[in-house]
Design a protein around this ligand. Sequence first.
Ligand code: FAD
Length: 322
Amino acid sequence: MSDKILVIGESRDGALRNVSFEAIAAARKIKEDAEVIALLLSDGSLEDQAQEMISYGADRAITVTHDHLKHYTSEGYGQVVLQVIDEESPYGIVMGHTAIGKDLTPKIASRLEIGLISDATDIDLDGDQAVFTRPIYSGKAFEKKVIKEGIVFATVRPNNIAMLEKDDSRTGEIEVKDIEVKDLRTIIKEVLRKQSEGVDMSEANVVIAGGRGVKSAEGFNPLYELAELLGGAVGASRGACDAEYCDYSLQIGQTGKVITPDLYIAVGISGAIQHLAGMSNSKVIVAINKDPEANIFNIADYGIVGDLFEVVPQLIEEIKQQ
Ligand code: FAD
């Protein structure tokens, strides 16, 4: 049996996303002595990124550059990944449970008629068998799953599996592979991205989220100030997005983003089950709500019962004095 594990890396604006390094750590958890192969796709040079993947624990890297890989399409990426799987015959494949990971991996699994464990938050070993933990029922419970046959294929939730320590002295082969990406039915000409400011919420260590209790778009300003002071990002409940206090790109929850920051501060959020689905795995949860019966307090590690318009400015002042 092959002892190779393929890790599909992902970058944004030319920089590798942290979940790519976390996927390398996940590969080591699946099989400690595996040969971990990073696979990177783009339309430009990937040498620096390949070296970075090696510094974070990959043994070697395969890079594929093609004009049609500038923007992600499941067809284009799918062609490359399937060819590399065919050539390398890996024991396992790991990718981040990101928008791209969620789209690409089921396609690969169905083409190869193999199983897929998606959104793993942890991996243990039972003998030689990797046992994946993943949340179910909107995060209310966890299940443990194994793949008994075929390639061990999984996506890992960002910010859950600690990346390995970076070691710049690590070396490994970087193979520049020539793969013709062809006959695509869809080609993305241009991506017009909304201007977003500050830290990316999916990878932020601190998230300050506002709800309908914040009452207005201006009411979010102190949340931005607090986030900046703590080096974090701002998120929101769907209640706040529906009320047009902020953009839907900030929505956390079942139909929004799923995040796992070290610190999550819920401000004026009631804690509906659909919201909890997106943040209940955060390491430390702080809730600020004027209603002592609010559901968010049931999962909060620390709760402040009070008016957010008094509590948040006090927090800001306190932090500024530190
Ligand atoms: P509310 O429930 O109105 O809560 C506001 C809170 O603010 C209250 O607890 C109140 O006590 C507090 N408050 C008010 N004023 C103050 C003050 N001055 N100081 C302190 N506290 C104050 N929701 C999500 O968030 N994410 C999702 O992905 C999502 N997906 C959904 C999918 C479906 C299919 C459905 C049906 C619903 C979904 N929802 C989602 C909506 C969800 O059910 C709730 O309606 C929503 O989360 C409520 O948002 P909220 O907590 O901001 O508002």
